[in-house]
Write a protein that binds this ligand. Structure first.
Ligand code: ZN
Length: 313
């Protein structure tokens, strides 16, 4: 609007000053307009209409005072510490019975590593992990498949996905699965400073806790990108061990249902951690055959916390 006023004032000044000289003396803009109107009446009508429209358009613009300002989100305290009773895997899962809880606390609360890609075990157990959800269609379908087979899994959820489907997290917990922290924005943690890292994890932790009443007990860095000192910080302040994987079928590249199935079957071994994404439909499509095959080989699927509790190393 200011721009338009400035242009108008400048034009009036130009009209009042004689800025164009004819051969027979001075000619003002006013005289020039008169001449143009005489010879080009249609052109002048168009010019007048354009000026009127320009003013009408400017008058209809929303004044700056009414512009919508994005609501400001209160900043969480940078160094907020999550009050966890014991280290991550020492916390009881909501579906575990009392005996199991007692065993876990005594066995594991003092022996958590800061990183796991697999564990050493003499039992034929394996953990399957689903990242980047919950997805509104794929995740419920996957939960049905897991329920039908009695398979327990771990979901590394993203806060920005949790906010749209918190009820899916409640279903996961109710059906015996574990939920891990996979940050709010799926940002690259290795490029963040400590306060950025704390913010990502704290917000996601609180979202999961608010949705389910159960705090996450482990985390997976997006893309596996994490620095050694960051892992120690997360274990110290959040009680989270960093969970990586022993088998990555690269399902996010969508190589096809058969390829994903084959890579998971080939990459499975006792104590291993399988990485897949319930964000992708073909990955979920690959699950019935993958799970049935591994169950047929005698594997028992356990959650990440259960797997860590079985570590014999
Ligand atoms: Zn991810």
């Amino acid at each position: 609007m200011w721009k338009l006023i400035k242009v108008s004032v400048f034009s009036l000044i130009l009209i009042d000053f004689r800025i164009w000289k004819g051969q027979n003396g001075h000619l003002t803009f006013r005289e020039l307009f008169r001449t143009l109107r005489r010879f080009f009446p249609d052109l002048m009508k168009f010019a007048y209409l354009s000026v009127i429209f320009a003013f009408a358009f400017a008058a209809c613009q929303k004044p700056a005072s009414l512009s919508v300002v994005a609501p400001t989100v209160p900043k969480p305290e940078a160094a907020q510490r999550i009050p966890l009773k014991t280290l991550a895997v020492g916390l009881p899962a909501p579906t575990w019975d009392a005996t199991k809880k007692a065993n876990l606390e005594s066995e594991t609360s003092t022996s958590i590593e800061d990183t796991y890609t697999k564990i050493k075990t003499s039992k034929k157990v394996i953990a399957i992990t689903f990242d980047d959800g919950p997805h509104p269609q794929n995740t419920p379908r996957l939960l049905d498949m897991l329920k039908d087979r009695g398979v327990k899994a771990t979901f590394f959820v993203v806060g920005n996905m949790v906010r749209y489907n918190p009820q899916l997290l409640r279903r996961m917990v109710a059906e015996g699965h574990e939920i891990g922290n996979h940050t709010v924005t799926h940002g690259t943690l290795s490029r963040m400073n400590d306060s950025g890292l704390r913010k990502e994890l704290t917000e996601a932790h609180q979202q999961i806790l608010a949705a389910t009443g159960v705090p996450p007990r482990c985390m997976r860095p997006p893309g596996g990108a994490i620095k050694a000192d960051q892992k120690q910080l997360m274990l110290r302040e959040f009680g989270y061990p960093t969970i990586l994987w022993s088998c990555d079928p690269k399902d996010w590249q969508r190589p096809g249902v058969d390829v994903v199935t084959q890579r998971l079957i080939d990459g499975a071994y006792p104590g291993g951690i399988l990485l897949v994404h319930d964000l992708h439909k073909p990955t979920v499509d690959a699950m019935p055959r993958t799970l049935d095959h591994l169950l047929g080989q005698g594997y028992t699927f356990v959650t990440i916390s259960e797997l860590i509790a079985m570590d014999e190393s």
